[in-house]
Ligand binder design. Structure first.
Ligand code: FES
Length: 107
């Protein structure tokens, strides 16, 4: 199992055990993490699963691909660490990952 911590904008933390192969969004939704809406169910088409990844983790989470980048731009989220959590695959390398959840998934 891979431990991921989600921090709400209020500072409340949710520590979740995720399975490799899941997405960071699926692990959040299955464990009832508030603030991850995921309206499109993981199709990279809604941008309501955004999280903020610290720069230190970016080499392990990888970079957003073009479609994901477009969706983040469309959402008008200017946070440099913004990612769609449905596009981050859980791997053993991500054990200990901490992500922040935006105050709102809607602008
Ligand atoms: S769940 Fe819709 S873009 Fe991630």
């Amino acid at each position: 199992m891979v431990t991921i911590t989600y921090i709400e904008s209020s500072g409340v933390e949710h520590r979740v055990e995720a399975k490799p192969g899941q997405s960071v969004m699926e692990a959040a939704v299955k464990n009832g993490v508030p603030g991850i809406i995921a309206e499109c169910g993981g199709s990279c088409a809604c941008a309501t699963c955004r999280v903020y990844v610290d720069e230190a983790w970016c080499s392990k989470t990888g970079q957003a691909q073009e479609t994901e980048r477009s969706m983040i731009e469309f959402s008008e989220d200017a946070n440099p660490g913004a990612r769609l959590s449905c596009q981050i695959k859980v791997t053993n390398e991500l054990d200990g990952l901490t992500v922040r959840v935006p105050e709102s998934q809607y602008s």
